[in-house]
Design a protein around this ligand. Structure first.
Ligand code: KIV
Length: 271
């Protein structure tokens, strides 16, 4: 029997047990109560209230504009819909870089005001002090390496990261550092599959990949992308499990037709 089917509530310890036993970890984003409830009752292990809410919920081009108050609103809504999954919340851009005291303050606000179980932040050695300070308050931290979208203006493009030796070596060092500091897991985004597999073998904490191949300990996708709600984003790593955009458009067109043709509401649909 897999751990996934046995446990009633997913904790960071359960995730490390999954890695130890070779059971892959499933993770999806959610940003609101209704989707979180569906994703949780389907049996997902981890729900990420990602700062990708900036793109898919608010329509911004990057993840930079979303605020801590916005993230708290999304995370509190998600937590109200979740009974079993571990809920991880992204610390948004500008709330933890360069100032560990502010990082701790931001993480505490998330934990206090949302009821979530952990925070995620982007970067390695550059955010070492922030990670240490948050962990010292007993708040579980998930790292995020590889393509870190909050640094998009430094990278200039969303292409695969760490293809060159120097960046790959730094990424490995950062993964080991995050493990040594006490992070419970790391998201590895858009890096070569071979490198991702090496990292997963180097550290004992789970490595959750997105565009990082199958040799890691789990997978994460943005729920709007995998359900086909968002049709504007089609990277090679994305598998679409549904075409909800077409279904929603079809349903809305039928509704408009029914209203215009006085077909809705009918006798049974009124008082
Ligand atoms: O914000 C987000 O959705 C993420 C995932 C892409 C891992 O960080």
């Amino acid at each position: 029997m897999s751990i996934h089917k046995e446990v009633k509530v997913i904790t960071t310890h359960i995730l490390s047990e999954m890695k130890f036993k070779g059971e892959k970890i499933s993770m999806l984003t959610a940003y609101d109560f209704s989707i979180a409830k569906l994703v949780d009752s389907a049996g997902i292990d981890v729900i990420l209230v990602g700062d990708s809410a900036s793109n898919v919920m608010a329509g911004y081009e990057t993840t930079l504009p979303i605020t801590l108050d916005n993230m708290i609103y999304h995370a509190a809504s998600v937590v109200r819909g979740v009974k079993r999954a571990l809920v991880v919340v992204d610390l948004p851009f500008g709330t933890y870089q360069g100032n560990s005291k502010e990082a701790l303050y931001s993480a505490i606000r998330i934990m206090k005001e949302t009821g979530a179980h952990a925070v995620k932040l982007e970067g390695g050695v550059g955010v070492k002090e922030s990670v240490e300070r948050i962990l010292s308050a007993g708040i579980p931290v998930m790292g995020h390496l590889g393509l870190t979208p909050q640094s998009i203006h430094k990278f200039g493009t969303y292409v695969v990261r760490a293809k060159e030796e120097e960046e790959a070596e730094q990424l490995k060092k950062d993964a080991v550092l995050l493990e040594d500091l006490g992070c419970f897991a790391i998201v590895l985004e858009k890096v070569p599959a071979k490198l991702a597999e090496q990292v997963a073998q180097m550290v004992k904490i789970p490595i959750i990949g997105i565009g990082a191949g199958g040799g890691v300990d789990g997978q994460v996708l943005v729920v709007h992308d995998m359900l086909g709600i968002n049709q504007d984003f089609s990277p090679r790593f994305l598998r679409r499990y549904h075409n909800l955009a077409a279904e929603i458009e079809g349903a809305v067109k039928t509704y408009i037709h029914d209203v215009k043709n006085r077909d809705f509401p009918n006798e049974r649909e009124q008082y």
